[in-house]
Unconditional design. Sequence first.
Length: 142
Amino acid sequence: MYRLCTEESFDSAHFLKDYSGKCSNIHGHRWRVIAEIRSMTVCESGQTRGMVMDFGDFRGFLRTLTEEFDHKLIIEKGSLKPALLAMLKEENFAVAEVDFRPTAEEFARYFYMIFKDEGYPVSCVTVYETPNNCASYSLEDE
């Protein structure tokens, strides 16, 4: 089994609505996202002969996904009053609204599912929220 991993990072702010603790306040992270793909085979011909896939393509795809959140305030849809959200946007603050609570666990699943939906042989995505704390998502049954 071949395993390829690549990594990207992004800086953003978020908060956790309805959380009792420090994370209920807006705070920032340098998120690290590590994606792993697996394959039983490598390409047999062409430019990618001997490779599962070109690392540049693999990392480039992950970079495209993470750039969507870089230097933005990430919020769960419906977690801010509409007037406040409108004021932030009026002041040209970059806001990324997501359909999930912006936790490391949910981000790991989010990135995993995009890789899977795009046809990558993804086996696991790990998201570090801090240098010492991370969450991983994989579908063990596949």
